[in-house]
Design a protein around this ligand. Structure first.
Ligand code: 5AD
Ligand code: SF4
Length: 439
């Protein structure tokens, strides 16, 4: 019988990419995708452990699935990803429906493990951290009708920021060979993808030395030479690794989108030091200057946290001040949460939930006013939009500008995958509304 699988993905773009890898591996081995979780023979939950909230979401999803095995005793349920790596064994005890857990560096074993469970019905845990990132599966047809795609160029992280669980659950930095990355890009383009985002915890540290020397900028240039590629993006970058060569790419490469996501995390030097970020606020501001000089109008987005242990009102005001000075296009903002095993979890002077909630609200209000102001400046301007398809609401076309702003406008669906010119008529917090002016 043809077995059906359902993958529930939580967390970041990296997990989306990993879920696509798992899905393609399963499809190549005769499984077929199933949208309805209750109808699936194999359920995979791809989890995130970076903050407390995604962890709670994964557990409540597992809780809701508890009755499914009574209906289908053959069902195989696996937890994948960072939370599986961090707490998988404990979670297998807490949620008896889990048949296996698999860390993010073990994805290549998916077919063997599902097969082994069908054979033996034993519980399995695979949590090695040394595995090289797998070679692409490139399942034909999987990305058809998709304008935008991701390629992971590295796994893991060597930075050990004091609050972060990533180096413990995804292991140390491990890059993928340039030929694998370019082969995967060629495949995505042959499927009709026109925009590729290179992914990694810290993409600017990319290096490869065999047989030729590659760094992140040479990889960007090689990607830029792919004829069918309309736009190139990357995320995430660490401020300490932002090289002059990368600034040069922003200056010279037409296909490189005018946007960078550059997490700053905090505006106070004292907190940045406790976080072990490896830069000061002055150095961060200097990098922003350089980026804006290299590429006029470049959109800058970032990640920031409130309520790191010991964060005083003055520290928090320095974070607000940095936001005001930089005027980010948008921000992902989080309440700090302890991650077991990290140095910050053992730090004194924890901040109460109430203080974190009110600081986050104040920060988000400030950022919303900046985002709205910046989006208003776009009204009346003509921008180049890469059309992604029809928007969920209202049947309009939707696409993104080079600065990664979402634009909705009337137009024919055959424009999907094309670069078109749109005049912005109205701006909102999370999107823009426009009128097609040419293609
Ligand atoms: N608590 C809250 N936010 C965190 N992040 C990472 N670790 C934590 C934590 N312990 C945030 C950072 C990072 C983003 C992916 O998640 O801002 O850039
Ligand atoms: Fe975590 Fe810091 Fe690595 Fe980002 S750079 S993944 S915050 S340790």
């Amino acid at each position: 019988m043809n077995k059906r699988f359902h993958i529930k993905t939580m967390g970041c773009q990296m997990n989306e990419y990993d879920s696509d890898f798992l899905a393609q591996s399963l499809i190549k081995n005769g499984f077929s995708p199933e949208n309805e979780v209750g109808q699936a023979d194999v359920i995979l939950i791809n989890t995130c452990a970076v903050r407390a909230k995604p962890e709670q979401k994964a557990c409540s999803f597992l809780g809701r699935m508890a009755g499914l095995k009574e209906k289908n005793p053959e069902l195989v349920v696996g937890m994948i990803g960072c939370l599986a790596q961090m707490k998988g064994k404990e979670l297998m005890k807490r949620f008896p429906l889990l048949d296996f857990i698999m860390g993010p560096r073990e994805l290549e074993k998916i077919i063997d493990i599902v097969g082994e469970i069908y054979d033996s019905r034993q519980k399995i845990a695979v949590t090695g951290l040394k595995g090289a990132p797998p070679s692409p599966v490139n399942c034909p047809g999987y990305f058809q009708n998709q304008t935008s795609g991701f390629i992971s160029i590295m796994e893991g992280c060597n930075n050990f920021c004091s609050y972060c669980i990533v180096p413990y659950v995804r292991g140390r930095e491990h890059f993928r060979p340039p030929e694998d990355i370019l082969r995967e890009a060629e495949h995505l383009l042959s499927e009709g993808v026109r925009e590729i985002t290179l992914l990694g915890q810290n993409v600017n540290s990319y290096t490869w030395d065999d047989p030729d020397h590659w760094n992140f900028s040479s990889l960007l240039h090689a990607m830029g030479n792919l004829e069918d590629l309309s736009r190139l993006r990357f995320t995430t970058s660490h401020p300490k690794d932002l090289s002059d060569a990368l600034l040069g790419c922003f200056q010279k490469m037409d296909k490189l989108a005018g946007h960078i996501h550059l997490p700053f995390q905090a505006g106070s030097n004292r907190i940045l030091k406790l976080m072990r970020r490896g830069y000061t606020r002055e150095e961060y501001l200097e990098i922003i200057e350089k980026l804006r000089t290299a590429k006029e109008g470049i959109a800058i987005t970032s990640d920031v946290m409130v309520g790191f242990p010991g964060e005083t009102d003055e520290d928090f005001l320095l974070t607000l001040d940095l936001i005001q000075q930089v005027e980010f296009d948008s921000l992902f903002s989080f309440k700090y949460s302890d991650r077991e095993g990290t140095p910050a979890a053992k730090m004194p002077d924890k901040i109460s939930k109430g203080v974190k909630v009110s600081r986050l609200q104040r920060l988000q209000d400030l950022q919303s006013s900046i985002t709205l102001k910046k989006n208003r400046h776009l009204e009346g301007r003509q921008l180049t939009v890469l059309v992604e398809g029809t928007s969920k609401k209202g049947g309009q076309l939707t696409g993104r500008t080079s600065a990664n702003k979402i634009v909705n406008f009337d137009g024919d669906s055959h424009l999907a995958g094309k670069l078109v010119e749109v005049t912005i008529q109205e701006s909102y917090l999370n999107s823009l509304k426009g009128k097609l002016t040419g293609s």
